[in-house]
Design a protein around this ligand. Sequence first.
Ligand SMILES: NC(=O)c1ccc[n+]([C@@H]2O[C@H](COP(=O)([O-])OP(=O)(O)OC[C@H]3O[C@@H](n4cnc5c(N)ncnc54)[C@H](O)[C@@H]3O)[C@@H](O)[C@H]2O)c1
Length: 320
Amino acid sequence: MSQPRSLVTGCAGFVGSHLCRRLLDEGHLVTGIDGLTDSYDPAVKRANLAGFAADPGFTFVAGHLADLDLPPLLEGIDYVFHLAARAGVRGGWGAVFDDYQRDNVTSTQRLLEALRLKPGARQFILASTSSIYGRDPPLPTPETAPANPQSYYAITKLACEKLAAAYLHHFDVPITTLRFYTLYGPRQRPDMAFHIFLRSLLRDEEITVFGDGAQTREVTYIEDAVDAILLSLGADRIGQTFNVGGGTYRELNGYLEELEIVAGRRFRRRTAPVVEGDQLHSRADVTQARDVLGYAPGWSLRDGLQAEFDWLRAVYDDPG
Ligand SMILES: NC(=O)c1ccc[n+]([C@@H]2O[C@H](COP(=O)([O-])OP(=O)(O)OC[C@H]3O[C@@H](n4cnc5c(N)ncnc54)[C@H](O)[C@@H]3O)[C@@H](O)[C@H]2O)c1
């Protein structure tokens, strides 16, 4: 194939900005779509674009997937990477459902519909989440575990998976689904735990630990996740779903210790009850990704946290 042409939705976000940089480095022509939504400060998202916005291979389309005329944007596109979403399980309940519905479900349906009307893309990579497994999955969790989502985020992401599966079944839209386990690294979203904790260390602000800190999480360094995305390209991956975990699995208390080592500072902590909708434990069974994709996450927790901390020091102007 000559230069592959890729469409990345959510290009100004945490994952999208890393993926765009890597695709450009690997010779793709990239069209990035982002609505710069209010999920967090749009100025942060604009800053995320800085690393590649001026690259001659990159074209930015500012707009929301629920509003844009999508079929023309698919003209000549080989790969669609659908990352745009309202992410995060702590979005709350009530009226915010409309935002999750529009950003996640309606937007995914419109993109799939555009692919139905304008077929031609070789593959559609759908970013999904381990959150769809819910509160008490078997550990480690295989892709075949039942979905039991417990937040608007996870419920709408599961709806996106189901929509994609239906468009594959009825219209041959070439879907591959990746379920990511908590990603971290530079440009991590400001609502995510490591970002909040490191920012608190930099500003000497008190942190809130929900529960006793014994909840466990599998986390994945962003570059390992981008590796998995690129490894998932291939006609034989269509119709498959892969867990993407980083192979790092600790209690929250263990992560807090590691964050203190990396930052060279101590936390001031208070505790609060576990938040409704939170997953207590997550751990990926990545057998499928390893055996089919050849996925082998290589980043250590220490190095990954150090990279995120170095980035955050620059963001929050900490001289050290
Ligand atoms: N970060 C993680 O730990 C994690 C874990 C599991 C799954 N994921 C998935 O990865 C993807 C990217 O997550 P992220 O952490 O980079 O989030 P992010 O919020 O940083 O990035 C999403 C970007 O998409 C844009 N956007 C959202 N909805 C849009 C829409 N409908 N139309 C146009 N633009 C829209 C936002 O403005 C934002 O820039 C999401 O699909 C998320 O569900 C992320």
